[in-house]
Design a protein around this ligand. Sequence first.
Ligand SMILES: NC(=O)c1ccc[n+]([C@@H]2O[C@H](COP(=O)([O-])OP(=O)(O)OC[C@H]3O[C@@H](n4cnc5c(N)ncnc54)[C@H](OP(=O)(O)O)[C@@H]3O)[C@@H](O)[C@H]2O)c1
Length: 312
Amino acid sequence: MTESSDLRMKRIPLNHRAGQIPALGFGTLIPDAAATISATKDALQVGFRHFDCAERYRNEREVGEALKAGLAAGGIAREDIFVTTKLWNTNHRPERVGPAFEGSLGRLGLAYLDLYLIHTPFAFQPGDEQDPRDQNGNIIYDDGVTLIDTWRALESLVDHGTCKAIGLSDITLEQLLPLYDSARVKPSVVQVESHPYLPETELLEFCRQKGIVFLAFAPLGHGVGAGPLVDPVISAIAARVGQTPAQVLLAWAVQRGTALLTTPKTAARARENFNISSLPTDALDEINQIQTRRRLNDVVKTGSPGFIARGA
Ligand SMILES: NC(=O)c1ccc[n+]([C@@H]2O[C@H](COP(=O)([O-])OP(=O)(O)OC[C@H]3O[C@@H](n4cnc5c(N)ncnc54)[C@H](OP(=O)(O)O)[C@@H]3O)[C@@H](O)[C@H]2O)c1
């Protein structure tokens, strides 16, 4: 196996002997239903085997449809792919967790999930309205449930076997520490925004020590202007090593030991984002020395998704 295929095929073991997560993941935060189906099929076809979904993306049905068709067309077994979905903020009450999980499984058309995450540590008013607001437009939170109450319900899902691993998303190290201490089933994965402008070094170090997989979302800085994709250090390395800036950013993320989620929406970009190869050590060092700091998604502050338009 060549060095470049090593990065593309890298799988990271999960704790609790819950299998392995492919380091390169495809994210399904795509607002358009038809684009969700075509992008998911393209990702599977070029080689992605890790798919990140969420109840809140409101497209689990389309992702499930694309995966079903893509697996059949490519002769790929369910066991060869890794599928995650996430519990939304309005379902944090323990009695709502099981039905929310079953709802996601049904929409995805799957018999089990590889990973189920608490989407954010913020509990919203329970109910069908995913973005409950008061008359002033403020989010209505739910102070009748704690994060550990919700976590206990996720632990039960692991006990029942339809969910192989559980974890958290959009969580800070300060929020993770007490949960980690109280958890009977320790988190397998923590999913947070991370790129060279937000390396989250302390959280990554904690995850390394505890055998938790650090899963980076927005590794390309969500493609927004003035983000890491157009950073001069990244562009210079890309030119030097003959890769694109996107490939440099994705290789850096995998080589620093994280898993990642990226969202290419065309077949050409899916190929580009999958076909990454190792960077030399001096390039990794240069990226680690970038001093710009920028968070693109404020979901960690409110629980309201930063990359989803209000009302969508
Ligand atoms: N837990 C959370 O709260 C949370 C929050 C956000 C995201 N996520 C997950 O993480 C996934 C990835 O996040 P993300 O969408 O921000 O990832 P990303 O890959 O950093 O950003 C995607 C953006 O980058 C652009 N892009 C993709 N490939 C490119 C390339 N090769 N060259 C130039 N631009 C490129 C895309 O542009 P085009 O649109 O033009 O193709 C798109 O706008 C999501 O789909 C979701 O599954 C989780």
